[in-house]
Design a protein around this ligand. Structure first.
Ligand code: HGY
Ligand code: MN
Ligand code: MN
Length: 425
């Protein structure tokens, strides 16, 4: 049966509304606000960096909601949390979820929507007395953002088998703290073996974090793929010297090297074009004094592309540039890979079910690519996986202005409910 046809059929089969209760939108929005108040800063941003006290407080709140819903709570060896709702049969579960850690200047929706929407679906099923054939699980993955510990998506990467527990425990944060020690300090060292519970399917609801749905006026995205990510830390070592007495021709200025690199990354992305993006998000100059030529610079480079070959091409151009820059300026330049993930294609069947669920609610849905890294990209290593996107107003994210309208929060969660029930039949 042609995919589109099946989707319509599934859409037809989903039209029967008494099978599908509606979630309580205002209740979900209130929970997003309640979680968003943890780690709230004066500028309105959320700061719950992975495994900090704020992250612990968020975890404790979510676990308390899981227990209220009579879910069995399991925690794995890298702190991933799973709330498990039994099905009528003891089969591999259908899993949803996301992350609740934030970047240092985050919003209230990134990740949190996926976790709290999953719990709202379960709360609604409990209230409606609906039991699914398969168990339902809501997952909360550790350190998705990668803002403190790299690589990003660390918890789901371990769960998906792409990184060992030991390597995760050894990761050193940007503040010098060790992942394992922090996990112990916040009390989230579990005994469950990551990856031991293999779902039959994984569906993540997430804000788009980009401008497409908002600009196009579309309401929903069925995410079919996700771009590749390359994170590198570049260290440039020159010669610290007196800013007044050192002639320009004798300088080995690491600060100038960092500036050249920043401009190169932007020009590289523009020259490659299409989906290529490039960002220098962090630069640190030392000694960082007004009258000392910087002796050292540390710069992060984030390159992404939907095509693996073009991402590799961008990385090759970067390396060639750094080699030439080092020779021109007499700088010793080294790089360290912080994260490297190839593009991911999600499961077309799951995408079709998401489309059918949206259509059963009379909504239009467009197929999309995720520009952001997601826990779903790691779960796709284990089971059929796809994502649902709802609009981000102004395409803004990783910013206190991050906002998704309550009606879109509600709509996306109702699509998630129908998708999960359909998959858990
Ligand atoms: O960087 C990302 O795309 C994600 O927010 N970790
Ligand atoms: Mn996210
Ligand atoms: Mn994010």
């Amino acid at each position: 049966m042609a995919r589109g046809k099946r989707a319509v059929n599934q859409g037809e089969s989903m039209k029967n509304t008494e099978e599908f209760p509606s979630i309580d939108g205002p209740r979900l929005v209130a929970h997003l606000e309640q979680l968003g108040a943890i780690g709230l800063r004066e500028d309105g941003s959320c700061c719950r960096l992975a495994l900090t006290d704020e992250d612990k407080a968020g975890r404790d709140l979510v676990v308390s909601w899981m227990r209220e819903l009579d879910l069995e709570v399991k925690i794995d060896r890298v702190g991933n949390i799973f709330g498990i709702r039994p099905g009528s049969e003891d089969l591999p579960p259908v899993m949803s979820g996301s992350h609740i850690d934030t970047v240092a200047t985050g919003g209230k929706y990134d990740g949190c929507l996926g976790v709290l929407a999953g719990l709202e679906v379960i709360r609604t099923l409990n209230e409606s007395g609906i039991q699914t054939r398969r168990p339902l699980v809501v997952g909360v993955f550790t350190n998705e953002e990668g803002a403190r510990f790299q690589p990003d998506m660390l918890g789901s990467l371990v769960y998906g088998g792409g990184f060992s527990v030991e390597d995760a425990w050894r990761a050193i944060g940007t503040d010098g703290a060790a992942f394992g020690a922090e996990l112990e300090r916040v009390g989230y060292v579990g005994t469950m073996e990551p990856g031991s519970m293999v779902p039959s399917a994984f569906v993540e609801l997430h804000i788009e974090q980009g401008p497409i749905l908002d600009l196009e006026g579309g309401l929903l995205g069925a995410v079919q793929n996700l771009q590749g990510i390359s994170w590198q830390e570049v260290t440039l070592k020159g010669m610290p010297n007196h800013a007044g007495t050192t002639p320009m021709r004798l300088r080995h200025d690491a600060g100038y090297g960092a500036a050249r690199l920043t401009c190169f990354v932007r020009d590289l992305a523009l020259n490659i074009g299409d989906t290529q993006v490039g960002t220098v998000g962090f630069t640190h100059l030392s000694p960082g004094l007004v009258n000392v030529i910087p002796g050292e610079a540390v710069v992060t480079v984030d390159l992404r592309n939907t095509g693996e070959d073009r991402l590799k091409e961008a990385e090759d151009h970067l390396m060639a540039f750094l080699h030439e820059l080092g020779q021109q300026e007499g700088l010793r330049i080294s790089t360290r890979c912080l994260a490297r993930f190839e593009p991911v294609t999600f499961d077309p069947e799951i995408v079709s079910v998401i489309e059918a669920a949206a259509e059963s609610l009379g909504q239009t849905v467009r197929r999309m690519t995720s520009g952001a890294g997601q826990d779903a990209q790691m779960m796709a290593r284990l089971c059929p996986t796809a994502m649902i996107f709802v609009p981000s107003v102004g395409g803004i994210s990783h910013n206190p202005a991050e906002f998704t309208k309550p009606e879109h929060v509600e709509l996306g969660t109702n699509v998630l409910l129908r998708t999960l029930i359909q998959l858990a039949r």
